[in-house]
Design a protein around this ligand. Sequence first.
Ligand SMILES: *Cc1c(COP(=O)(O)O)cnc(C)c1O
Length: 492
Amino acid sequence: MNTMNHWQTSPLLMQLHKPGRIGVSLPVSETPVMDATAWFGEDACREGALPLPALSEPDAVRHFTALSQRNHGLDSGFYPLGSCTMKYNPKRNEELAALPGFAHLHPLQPDCEVQGALRLMHELGELLCALTGMDAATLQPAAGAQGETTGIAILKAWHLSRGDTGRTKILVPDSSHGTNPATAAMAGFQVVVLPSDARGCVDPEVVRRAAGPDTAGLMLTNPNTLGLFEPDIAEIAEIVHHAGGLLYYDGANMNAIMGVSRPGDMGFDIAHINVHKTLSTPHGGGGPGAGPVMVKAFLEPFLPSPVIVKKEAGYEREEERPNSIGKVKAFYGNFGILVRAYAYLRTMGNTGLHLASRHAVLHANYLRVRLSGTYLIPHDGLCMHEFVLSAEKQAGRGLTAMVLAKNLIDAGMHPPTVYFPLIVKEAMMVEPTETESRETLDRFADEMIRLAALTDDELEHALHAPYGTPVTRLDEVAAARKPVLCDCMGIT
Ligand SMILES: *Cc1c(COP(=O)(O)O)cnc(C)c1O
C-alpha cells in the first residue's frame, strides 16, 4: 500500500485557497447581469460572494486525485469483505453504461423514443427471473435493503388482500444480516429470532415450533452468512407454507449458487438480488445501487409501478396497477446500474455465471483449508463462497480480530468483515470472490499465518497498526453518527 506521507499532510481545498487565483477561463458573458435583489428581495440574497476556494486547475486535480488514492478499492487491492461480495467491476460494463443512448436518456421521454432502454429493463427482469427461479421482477429498489423493504411490503399486501390480518410475526435466523430483522421491524412486524443449531444452520424443528397462524413469513439467506448451504431448506419451506406464511429470500449471497440452485426451486416466494454483489456492478460510495425484487406469479399484481410489459407494438410502461404497493423509487430505479448488470449477465452467459459461482466457492474453500491449521473455524467443513474463522485462540495474547484487520491494512489488503456474524466470537468473515488469482489468495493466507506467529515483541508493534494510513484507530460510531462535514468552511 502507498504509504507516502503526503497522505497525512494533504491540505483541504480551503487551505489551498489564494484570493484571485482562478481555475477556469470562460469568454466574457454577453448576458446582462441580473439584479437578484430586485427579484427576490434583500432578505433572500447573500451579502457577499460564496466562500468558495480559489485555486488553479492542476491544484484541484491533484487534490481530488490524492483523495481518491486514500481509498482502498477493488482496483487497488484484495478486498475479501465477507457478505459484501466485493467482486471485480469489469470495465466493459462502464463503457456500455456510458453509451450516449443510455447515459443521456430522460425518464420522461415517451415510450417510442426509449424502446432500447425499455427492452433492456424487460430482458434484465426476465434474466433475473431465470437466475432465481421466479416469475416477475421489479428493478426499482436502489439497494438490497430497499429490496427487502419492497419484498416485505409485497408479503404484507398479499396477506392483507386475503383479509388475513393476524399475521404479525416474521421469523429470522440469528445468523441473518442486520437488514433482515430491521426490515421486518420497519414493516411493522414482530421479529422472532431462530437460534442456529450446532451445524450453524436452521433446524426445521425450531421453525416448526415457531411457525403458526400469526406467522407472516420467514426471511433467509442461503447460503447463510456463515457461508453454509441450508440443507433443510425444502422442509423449512414446507413448514412455513403449511403455517400460511411466505418465504423471503435475501439474495445477497447468490454469488455462490448461480446456475447451481435457485431460490424459486427451494420454495421461496420473493427474492431480491444485490446486483453490486452478484452481478459485478460497483458498490460505489454508498450508491447508486440496485436491489431488484423477483416474485412468484401470484404476487405479480403487488409489484411497484410501473412494470415494463412487452406488447405487439413494442415495450410499454404499465402505470395502472390497482394492487401495486406503489412506487419505491423515482421512475425505474438506477438505470445506469441496471445497464451494467445486464452487460454482465449477457457477457457471462449461462456457462460463465455457473463457472463464476464455482470459482467463488473453490477460492473460499482454498483459503479455509489453508487457514484451518492456524485459526479456529467453528463451522468447519465444505463452505460456499465465504467462511467464518475465529481469532479466539489468538485473542488471548491480544491478537484480536480487530488487530488482525488493522495489520492487513498495512499489508495492502482490505480486512475481511469482522465481528459478524454475531454468533461467532472474534469472527472474521472471508469472501475472496472468484476473480482473484491463486497468488493473491496465497498472499492473504501467508499474511494471516505470519500474523498469528508474531513474537511478543513484534506483537507489541502490531497492536498499534495501521501505520501507513492517514488515520488509524477511528471512533467508527461517532464518525457515522456525528460526522463533521462543513467545519472548515466556517459554516455550522
Ligand atoms: C449486503 C447484504 C444485505 C444488504 O444489501 P445492501 O445492498 O447493502 O442494502 C442484506 N443481506 C445480506 C446477507 C447482505 O450481505
